[in-house]
Design a protein around this ligand. Sequence first.
Ligand code: SER
Length: 584
Amino acid sequence: MKAIEIRNKYLNFFERHGHKIIPSASLIPENDPSVLFTTAGMHPLVPYLLGEKHPEGTRLTDYQKCVRTVDIDEVGDNRHLTFFEMLGNWSLGDYFKEESIKMSYEFLTKELEIPSEKLSVTCFKGDNDAPRDEVSANVWKEAGIPEERIYFFGKDDNWWIAGEEGPCGPDTEIFYDTGKEKCSDKCDPSCGCGKYVEIWNNVFMEYFKNHDGTYSKLKQRNVDTGLGLERMTMLLQGKKTPFEIELFAPVMEKLEELQKVDNISSRRIVAEHLRTSIMIISDGGRPSNVDRGYILRRLIRRMTRHLNKLGIDLNELSNLIDISIDSIKEMYPELLDKKETIKNVIVEEKDKFVRTLQKGEKEFEKEVNNARSKGITTLPVEVVFNLYETYGFPQEMTEELAKEYNIEVDTKDFDKLFKEHQEKSRMGSEHKFKGGLAEQNEMTTKYHTATHLLHKALQIVLGEHATQKGSNITSERLRFDFAHPQKVTPEELQKVEDIVNEQIKRGLDVTCEKMTVEEAKKSGAMGLFENKYGDLVKVYTIGDFSKEICGGPHVKNTSELGTFKIKKEESSSAGVRRIKAVLI
Ligand code: SER
């Protein structure tokens, strides 16, 4: 079965079980510049898991494009991917464990025709925060999974949360037995030997982890499930790695044909990073030196390096992009329109990297001369690491150069420095994820409404081009990114602030209506997130002042907001300005 068929079966199955199919959100969280990428199907749904009403109801299903970059350096082995597609179904305060498990079991055994004997499951074993999940285990038993294939594990294995705080809960994970021998008597689904492969995760999200580490019950009991499409396709096709399925195979074959040096890990890295770069660029990402732009840059650079390593002419890149897009265009037809842009961005970045490599080599030469003049015969590890960090030179490339220059290099502590660096960036991205899922409370609700007032005021003062490019809200402040070619003058900022405060004083009612995207546009609502919420959208109207498509939540009347004060205006990226403001 091809990946697209599995996806269609999944969406149709859940549609038949009362779910509304919603579109995949962008890989780049549109309303939240502080989060790097969409990492799970639940991510765009957080407000609804917390109790906001979703315009499409309480049962949803979708396929979601996801990028997870924590394991970027693992890509090249037989399983890690940075881009993957997650199929998901959600209950927003609707069904819970029993129905969820029964549907999953039916889908796997009837629709995908996986023999029940191939399945093992794990459930939460219970602790001081939440009880042992006997309910799920019993439903599994009734469904047909015998007790010896039902395992219980603690929070490390059977509890799901995005980041450090937010909605979470015990999960039950479904594993596929590949038929490999057990690696030991103790081998079970928590073992990484490859016998058991996790295929689906059903999270029973009824808790919220607070900042102080304690757990509270959510307003409603939700189900959030995620099934990795590439992995499932690989298993159903009896393949050993995702690189053998139709989404990667044509690029892998072409690379094999072109290579002068055989290296399977390099071929996988090129095929994988190429696809992720294509998907990120298609959703609007561009290479840069910060955050998600930097991730994209790293992906393109790493891919270029491995093309070099395979001895493949870099002019082949454009052809490889064609082949990659061709293999996935049925899944993501939006790529076809963007093909030229995607090619331009990747090829331009590759050219830049080639120039950087040349500069890096000069830097290396300088270090060598410097060392020789001091009579040093071995380059210290810091030099090796600096070349890696600044010029993207991997350790082995520096070692190769060193050989050419006839000098020793110390690489003993490279791994240590590398791990420290990796840990730092991992902490960085986790922190960002947390920031993106900022808690919803009275203050954040106020800031949501203040953001609408600010958006409209900016359009009045600066012009209609000043549309939203991003928004991030915490309990302490709002941050708003908008299109504008130059610095906003202090006079303009004062005007914007005055207009917002005037609307607060007027005590305007905030009302909400549901309508289709088309009706919303016709009504003059500012609509930023086309398609994001499917056909039906919520339109929030603030008196006679603003009308905007938004998921909410909002205050009832602007008089609740207090006084609005702009704290800072700065550049965010080319053609985009950023305002930070508070309510006092
Ligand atoms: N949020 C869970 C996961 O990402 C289930 O969708 O695994």
